[in-house]
Design a binder for this molecule. Structure first.
Ligand code: F7E
Length: 332
């Protein structure tokens, strides 16, 4: 039997690399869309994919070019497409608003339009986000909670989500959206708070830093483990009907909780190192985002497994290992 062909945009990101591994293990032929610059400096830009490079096929294309996306889809003719690529850093200052909106909305639109014309039977996954809820009126948030995005990133994702819904309803495409809450791992980008903390702990242990500057320690998030979240994406495309699903743990933790566990796992007292810095505060961030994933549990048979503390410890251990520093044996 011929192998199924999966196309992943954002294949070099945290989720893309985990998803590529999962699909290879399940017998897929995996194609990844990357920017041309990625191919020019693979060790730098494709770091998370290095162990997989001989097993996946990379196709250079920019999300900003309809012709590029159309040609890539025409060449690959995927059975399944996972659209993960996006400008994904959240800022409430509306900086870089034009490029975030253009890339995220047009990229989604170009992909959907190309698939509709070339391979309408392709199953499509869109990476939605809890940022679409923004200053939500209720907690926890589920698939019926009204979107009230308050970041440009959140606004761009609501537009993408609505495009997906319209392509599904108007053209009958099997197009689903995951509304994923924060999900972390040792592969998380360093700009996000979890990885900033765990790599900061490793640098302090290595003697390369003596403080860690953070924003609001009281900010709360629903943090899950990324590898489990990509499995939910795959499960959505197994359903007979396309739909939208919240993927979350349903548990809230503060940045302070994360900090405390991360430093303790390295035998350090966080209060000696963490400095709050107003530069990292986000204005207007008041509502805690916490997801209700009971629909995913019921229909997809998906549930989060790894606990928060275990994940934090693993992230610290991975950062220490990559820097060649030993964790104190009895720490924690
Ligand atoms: O912030 C607070 C910050 O940047 C988490 C992306 O994957 O998840 C991610 O977006 C919390 C916020 O992630 C610092 O104010 C405190 O409350 O790690 P983050 P995010 O903005 O939640 C959603 C679901 C996405 O879809 C996004 O693409 O931590 N915080 N101090 C800080 N955050 C950062 N980055 N740096 C700090 O120093």
């Amino acid at each position: 039997m011929e192998k199924k062909r999966a196309l992943i945009t954002g294949v070099n990101g945290q989720d893309g690399s985990y998803l590529a591994e999962l699909l290879l293990a399940r017998g897929y032929e995996v194609f990844g869309l990357v920017r041309r610059v990625g191919l020019e400096a693979p060790e730098h830009r494709l770091g998370r994919l290095l162990p997989l490079l001989d097993r996946i096929q990379l196709q250079p294309a920019s999300l900003e070019s309809y012709a590029g996306i159309f040609n890539a889809v025409a060449k690959i003719r995927p059975d399944e497409c996972y659209h993960l690529a996006a400008a994904s850093f959240v800022s409430y200052e509306f900086d870089d608003e034009f490029s975030t909106l253009t890339t995220n909305i047009n990229g989604t639109h170009y992909l959907l339009a190309s698939l509709k014309d070339l391979v309408p039977s392709c199953r499509f996954y869109f990476a939605g986000t809890s940022e679409m809820f923004g200053s939500a009126e209720e907690m926890p948030q589920n698939e019926h909670t009204r979107f009230r995005p308050r970041s440009i990133y959140g606004i761009s994702k609501v537009a993408g989500f609505e495009l997906v819904r319209n392509y599904r309803e108007r053209y009958g495409m099997h197009a689903s959206s995951g509304i994923l809450f924060n999900h972390e791992s040792p592969r998380r980008g360093h700009e996000f708070v979890t990885r900033k903390i765990t790599s900061g702990v490793a640098r302090i242990l290595a003697g390369q830093a003596n403080e860690l500057r953070l924003g609001n320690l009281d900010a709360e998030r629903d943090w899950g483990f990324a590898q489990e979240y990509v499995d939910a994406m795959w499960r959505m495309l197994r359903q007979p009907e396309p739909d939208d699903y919240v993927i979350a743990t349903g548990r809230l933790h503060s940045v302070r909780d994360f900090v405390r566990i991360a430093f303790a796992s390295a035998g350090l007292d966080w209060e000696k190192y963490v400095v709050t810095d107003p530069n990292f505060f986000r204005s207007g961030e008041s509502v805690a985002l916490c997801g209700d994933a009971s629909k995913a549990r019921r229909i997809l048979g998906w549930e989060p497994r790894k606990g928060f503390e275990e994940m934090v410890r693993e992230m610290v251990a991975a950062d220490c290992e990559s820097m060649g520093v030993e964790l104190p044996a009895a720490a924690g």
